[in-house]
Design a protein around this ligand. Structure first.
Ligand SMILES: [Zn+2]
Length: 420
């Protein structure tokens, strides 16, 4: 079987034919590349790159162009073709449009989708190394795949969304993220810089009135800018302050108590018992390792505020087991009263904030069954992982593209042949 036969199977063209196939060698005479000449089919007309209409050829370029195709058995593969030019009545003299690539790119469309797909499984750097191409080529390919996907995705019938914020660089720089969080369909819908009202409002604006109307549930944290925009844009939906964000808030409270207390103990000359104990306090008891359990026991010897805060949080876990919003509300009120009497300022702050948002928190019980429980948390972890893996990304644009690519669940075009 000839290579041309395989090419005609994986990448057939109507108006072009594959011609000569040859090895290209490096300085030592080792074959490293395969070049394949392409020629127009006899009597075929060239398509204008401006309007796509076919016209008789005008002339052609002097030197052939090389277009990188999907590599074969560790060898880079290039199409070699001399571009024709057409004299289009509408667009003037233009170079022709060829079916294996778009615009001015020297990477064939098949190769770009090949790289983009691999970049979901490997890091961009690893993809570049594995297929002997540059990081920029991988980046551009992913960017192309993402813009195609965003253009072709459907945003109809979305019922539940989660709004989340995430820190992505040192110095309190945030991203606003919107996820779809229904059972069976969890994906990233939107990313924006910062966590201002404007960052979130843009999502609803781009969604349009009809798609906004289908949203029935919105989960978020207590960030005021988000609360404002959600009330303004989707006032008809049930707004839920969800479990993940509330427990995060509580963990922040415990952390503040621990820091304050560790500082005080140190000043008073006590053993630094709270050193390295952060995880042991934040973890739930059943998830502690044996060594950590010993530490917790040791900590419990002291009547420390950290320990008491920890117990308050443990106590609060019962809240999520309620079924009726009425009983859950009663529990919430009692928990808040107890906490307000504790004289532990960071925890009082948590309780005040829970009281203030009581209705939105109880909506959790009203939405049970529709909104997927751990969805926001799961997606939040994926987002963090993507950002961490993307250590090479200095720019916001690269992070945005990586997030849509990995978590956006974006559609892809159908090809005659899947290369990977
Ligand atoms: Zn034209």
């Amino acid at each position: 079987m000839q290579l041309k036969t395989i090419l005609n199977f994986v990448q057939p063209f109507k108006s072009f034919v594959y011609k000569n196939v040859r090895f290209m060698e490096d300085e030592s005479g080792q074959p490293v590349e395969i070049e394949i000449d392409i020629e127009p089919r006899k009597n075929s007309r060239a398509a204008c790159s401006g309007c796509g209409k076919a016209w008789p050829g005008y002339d052609h370029e002097r030197t052939p162009r090389r277009f990188e195709f999907v590599p074969l058995w560790g060898l880079a593969v290039f199409f070699v073709y001399t571009m024709r030019r057409v004299d289009c009545p509408t667009c003037g003299v233009k170079v022709e449009r060829v079916p294996w690539c778009e615009g001015k790119s020297r990477l064939t469309t098949a190769f770009r989708w090949f790289l983009a797909k691999w970049a979901k499984r490997l890091s961009w750097r690893e993809t570049a190394v594995a297929f002997r191409t540059s990081w920029e080529n991988v980046f551009r390919s992913v960017k192309m795949a993402v813009s195609w996907g965003l253009e072709h995705r459907s945003l109809e019938g979305i019922e539940a969304i989660g709004v989340d914020e995430i820190q992505w660089q040192k110095g309190h720089r945030y991203l606003t993220l919107v996820y779809q969080i229904e059972d069976g369909l969890k994906r990233l819908l939107y990313v924006a810089k910062d966590r201002t009202e404007e960052s979130l409002r843009e999502f609803f604006t781009s969604l349009g009135e009809e798609a906004k109307g289908s949203i029935r549930f919105v989960c978020s944290d207590m960030w005021q800018a988000y609360l404002n925009v959600i009330a303004e844009q989707v006032g008809h939906a049930i707004h839920i302050l969800d479990r993940f964000h509330i427990m995060k808030k509580m963990n922040e409270g415990i952390d503040a108590v621990r820091r304050e207390e560790a500082g005080k103990l140190k000043r008073d000359g006590y053993e630094p018992v709270l050193k390295n104990s952060r995880w042991c306090l934040l973890k739930r008891r059943e998830n502690l390792t044996e060594k950590q359990t010993v530490k917790l026991t040791e900590l419990l010897q002291y009547n420390l505020k950290s320990v008491r805060s920890h117990l308050m949080r443990e106590d609060f876990q019962r809240f999520w087991e309620y079924v009726s919003p009425g009983w859950a509300g009663k529990f919430l009120d009692e928990w808040c009263s107890r906490t307000m009497r504790s004289r532990i300022e960071p925890m009082q702050k948590v309780a005040r904030s829970l009281r203030e948002h009581r209705d939105l928190i109880l909506n959790w019980f009203r939405a049970r069954g529709t909104v997927s429980g751990g969805a926001v948390e799961g997606l939040n972890n994926k987002t963090k992982l993507t950002i961490r893996k993307a250590y090479g990304f200095r720019t916001y644009q690269a992070v945005e593209i990586a997030l849509y690519h990995t978590i956006g669940d974006l559609p892809e075009p159908e090809f005659t042949h899947e290369f990977c």
